[in-house]
Design a protein around this ligand. Sequence first.
Ligand code: GUN
Ligand code: FE
Length: 439
Amino acid sequence: RLLLRGRMLTFSAEPQSPDDTTAFDYIEDGALLIENGLILRRGSYCEVVAGAGDAEIIDHRPKLLMAGFIDTHIHFPQVQIVASWGAQLLDWLNTYTFPEETRFADEGHAAAMACRFFDLLTDHGTTTAVAYCSVHKASAEAYFEEAEQRNMRMIGGKVLMDRNAPDGLRDTPQSGYDDTKDLIAKWHGRGRASYAITPRFAITSTPEQMEMAGALVAEHSDCFVQTHLSENRNEIAYTLELYPEARDYLDVYQHYGLLSDKMLLGHSIHLEQREIDALAETGARPVFCPTSNLFLGSGLFDDAGLRSKGIVNAIATDIGAGTSYSMLQTLNEGYKILQLQDQKLHPFRAFHWITRGNAVALGLEDRIGTLDEGTEADIVVLDSRATEAMALRMERASTLAEELFVLQMLGDDRAIDEVYVAGKPQKGKAPAVPQPAPA
Ligand code: GUN
Ligand code: FE
């Protein structure tokens, strides 16, 4: 048993306005009692310590405890092409991304990269991610093996891609189906792992492969589904050439039965009205990828427009087109993209988004994304004075909202003081203090 003491913030709903204090619970001197990887109790330190028995106490005051961050769209085989110069989407894929992903046919390479990828995630406070692996079964094996070693709640899948990609980076409708079936049988629901059926995007799958993807989704309705949608104008035009029957880009996926509330659609920037209506009807989740959308010059995600239709938006890094592993930096760039459209991202909603909000988008809010009793003990400890620039700004900050906004705009991995995955500290920064003698 472990008792974490610190300032504590957790959300119970999406804040509807900057003064919506009913959406969160903030405790100045709070504590969490953790046992068997779960949060057993949450409350004020006094309350929780009284029933904590001989639990080891770790005092994180004055730092801020929050649920671990969730990254809903990231590419595991792109760790070594982050920051590749000059291209927009289709050229970027052909010039940098596809050649790089061919290297993941090698099991040893995939395993070595998985280890470093997971180190990066935890260093940045991300305790759950939804990842694209490469087309190779071995890359998904390496990903899930590493996640299991660390007991992390991770979602992922090998990409299905059978055309418009170089040799060594294509499967076939049958082999993609078979490999996906094998991976689902082995990994889906094992420990904390879940599988995401992953047709990369319409351009790299033949209609035959889309048909097979539809069969996989029908046979495994409890798996996640992920792909890319309407990221770039040239991508959309080429997609409609390849699928002349489709009413619009989303209709390609809709036609093959891929849409549901288990589906994550990366980017979803340039949408037609019919597509927006179909997203609202099916519950499919657009994923906002701010640093990527700026880096590739893709466009501005219309968060408020989609939300006004009742659509649930997720938010993510999209490494390696994204330029930071940090969900804090993702919020920073997200804030600016929304500013360009006269939309606001208040820090309460921002921190809800990267924790409980993304958990809701995944249908996992009963397990992760909050500090609620009974949920899994994935926790970040945030230091809002981690850098001189932050400390200086904090001298003039007097409210919780201001502090959160400093973290949102200036924070990165340096602001992540500690990370707990299923109750286990990953950095070991805070010293344990002995249990005080009972009064
Ligand atoms: N569309 C298809 N594949 C990719 C990818 O790897 N990254 C991004 N940003 N968009 C894509
Ligand atoms: Fe992507």
